[in-house]
Every structure is written in C-alpha cells, then in structure tokens.
Design a protein around this ligand. Structure first.
Ligand code: NAD
Ligand code: ZN
Length: 342
C-alpha cells in the first residue's frame, strides 16, 4: 500500500484482486466507466450500482460528456455524500474526477484505473479535467481521489497496443529517476505476463507520489520534471491529431528528441540518447516519426505548451540516466537542431 499526502489530506493506493475490486464501496456509490471497459469487465461489474458509460476514447473527454455525466448524477439522486467510482483508463479517470470536483461543489471519488497508463500515471496526483476544441486538458481542477484501487488482473483484457502505450510512461520514470528500472526495461520486454509487473507498477506509483507530494500544484519546477519527452510529445500529438499516435507513443518519440536536445546542450551525457532509444525499441515503442520533418508546426505547437513562458521553450532534460532537471529557457535553434538530428 502507498499513501499519497496532499493539501487537504491523504489517500491510499491499494492492490485488490478482481474478485474484491468492488467490495466495501461506500454505501451511495455511482460508477462512471466507458463502454469498452464495461464490456471487458462483463459479469464482474456490480449490477446493483447506478452506472454511466461514456463511448470509449479520447473523443469523449469533453464538455458535452462532462455535462451529461453531471446531469446523470443529479437525475439518479446522488447527494453530497455520494461517491463516484471512476472505472477505466485516463479518459474516464480525468473526466470522472472533474465531474466529482464539480458536482455539488465537490464529492469524493475513487479511482479504479484499468489501463497501464492510468495505473502508473493518471490515477495518482489529483489532476482532473476535460479537453476543449482549442486544446487538451484546458478545463480542469486539482481534486485528489479518496482511494485508488489497483488490479493487475484488469490489465489482462487491455489491447496490446494500449499496454505498450503505458510502458512508455514506465520507461520515463526509469530515465528521469530510477536507473535500475531503466536497466530492467533495457533487458527484456514488459508484458501483462511479466512476473515483476506488479512490482514495476508499484515502483512507478511510488515515484509519482513522491513527486506530487513535493509539488502538488506544479509550482516549483518539480512536478514539471515528469514531463520528460512531453514537450515534443504533446506537439507531435497536436500536429498529427490525437488519433494517429497514442500518448505514450508520442512521448516515446519525444524522449528520443529531448535526449538528443540534452546532449546538444551539454546537459545530458553523450551516449544517453542511444541508451534511451535502445530501451524504447526493446519495449516495442516507436522512436521516430515522419512528422519530425515538419519542424515549423512542431515549434508552433511547443510555444503553446503550458510550460512555455513568454515564448521561451521549457523542457525536462536528463542530467544522467536516472536524473533530470527542468530547463525553462531553451533556445529555439537548439530545439530545431535536435528535431532534425533525431
Ligand atoms: N490526470 C493526469 O495526471 C494524466 C496523466 C497522464 C494522462 N492523462 C490522460 O489520460 C488519457 C489517456 O488515458 P489512457 O491511455 O488510459 O486512455 P483511455 O482511457 O482512452 O483507454 C484506452 C482504451 O483502452 C480501453 N480500456 C481501458 N481499460 C481496458 C481494459 N482493462 N480492458 C480492455 N480495454 C480497456 C478504453 O476503453 C480505451 O478504448 C488522456 O486523456 C490523458 O490526457 C492524465
Ligand atoms: Zn504522459
């Protein structure tokens, strides 16, 4: 069990087998999930709890579905004492968390992450929200869950591409703060059948918890270090649209470019990019995209990044394998050169 402390209290991340995943829920609980997850869980879903299903996919993380879910809670009779249960990947977790933050000015919610990405990343840390047509995650709040329930068995039905997508974030923790983890990932491919999967997931959550406890509201340049690979990755997602590359795939390519950038700037030791790239390839992740040739639109997208200030580009860069630091005024010409050199 991992305990995560935040500004208003704390919550536990607890492992549970599938057979006990929905046991001991608060008396007035409401489940928000998506149709693919509901299908995957089938008979394991409790049929005595009110349930709302979003259409699966990033396209549902918007104000329309946010509004519908709020109205469902009101119609179904949820009160200030009710608890929302977010059962699904990061899309469900982010939207349900924002619904919980808003309904009657805030009700408790429990995260039950069912993708690897949601288990190691989005379910912990309290960032919730939805996308706007103008950009991703532009409406949201900080609203920590009251509990996170982890179920390794839930990952068994996850499509392989979605599993590998989550491995990109696992690799990221290795690169930025855990050299033994990146060694482990360089040696053999992580899969739902890996005997050490639960241990790896727990290790990542512990890293995320440590970082968000030190900088919950992303004000001190600590939480932002979790964005290694993300400045370029988000730009790739924006330029390509969100269908072509999954988030983890985009940040995998982004980590290679940003390792190259770090080496160019003399921040990252020579040879690190090669090691990063080899590890990602070992895990079945992409390390290059033809979109990297479209340097101008990528730079425009990076300038819109939430970390960018006064037009200066910000990056979390590796100081060594297993360490990183935020750099908030990187020269555009260096970024262009790093993209071209990747
Ligand atoms: N809040 C945060 O701190 C944070 C951090 C990282 C990412 N995110 C957000 O997370 C989202 C991406 O999350 P994701 O990658 O989990 O995507 P997702 O929620 O869309 O899930 C991916 C797909 O897998 C399906 N699925 C989920 N669990 C399944 C299971 N057990 N079996 C079968 N199918 C299953 C879903 O229905 C969906 O089609 C993005 O919107 C991103 O912005 C948030
Ligand atoms: Zn990410």
């Amino acid at each position: 069990m991992i305990t995560v402390r935040h500004h208003a209290g704390e919550y536990n991340v607890v492992a549970r087998p599938l057979s006990e995943l929905f046991k001991e829920l608060p008396s007035s609980s409401f489940i928000l999930t998506d149709d693919s997850v509901a299908r995957a869980f089938g008979r394991h879903l409790p049929d005595d709890l009110p349930r709302w299903e979003l259409p699966a996919g990033e396209g549902s993380k918007n104000l329309t579905h946010f509004g519908r879910a709020l109205e469902w809670l009101a119609t179904a009779g949820a009160s200030r004492r009710s608890t929302l249960v977010a059962l699904g990947g990061g899309v469900v977790g982010d939207l349900a968390g924002f619904v919980a933050a808003s309904y009657m000015r805030g009700i408790p919610y429990i995260q039950i992450p069912t993708t690897l990405l949601a288990q190691v990343d989005s379910s912990v840390g309290g960032k919730v929200g939805v996308d706007l047509p103008q950009g991703k995650n532009l409406a949201g709040a900080f609203h920590p869950p009251v509990e996170v329930r982890l179920c390794a068995e839930a990952l068994a039905t996850l499509p392989e591409r979605q599993f590998v997508n989550g491995v990109a974030e696992v690799c990221k923790y290795g690169f930025i703060m855990d050299a033994p983890l990146s060694d482990r990932l360089s040696t053999s491919r992580l899969s739902p059948a890996s005997p050490d999967l639960a241990e790896v997931v727990t290790r990542c959550i512990q890293h995320k918890a440590d970082v968000v406890e030190r900088d919950e509201f992303e004000r001190h340049g600590i939480r932002a270090t979790l964005n290694f690979g993300h400045t370029v990755g988000h730009a790739l997602e924006q330029v390509l649209g969100y269908e072509e590359l999954l988030h983890g795939e985009a940040i995998s390519i982004g980590m290679v470019v940003e390792a190259e950038l770090g080496e160019r700037l003399g921040v990252t030791p020579p040879g690190t990019k090669k090691a990063v790239e080899a590890c990602l390839i070992q895990q079945g992740l992409p390390t290059h995209s033809p979109v990297l040739h479209k340097v101008d639109p990528l730079i425009v997208a990076m300038r819109r990044d939430k970390k960018a200030r006064d037009g200066r580009l910000a990056f979390s860069l590796l100081t060594h394998m297993g360490g990183c630091k935020l750099f908030d005024a990187v020269d555009e010409s260096e970024v262009r050169a790093a993209i071209k050199g990747s």
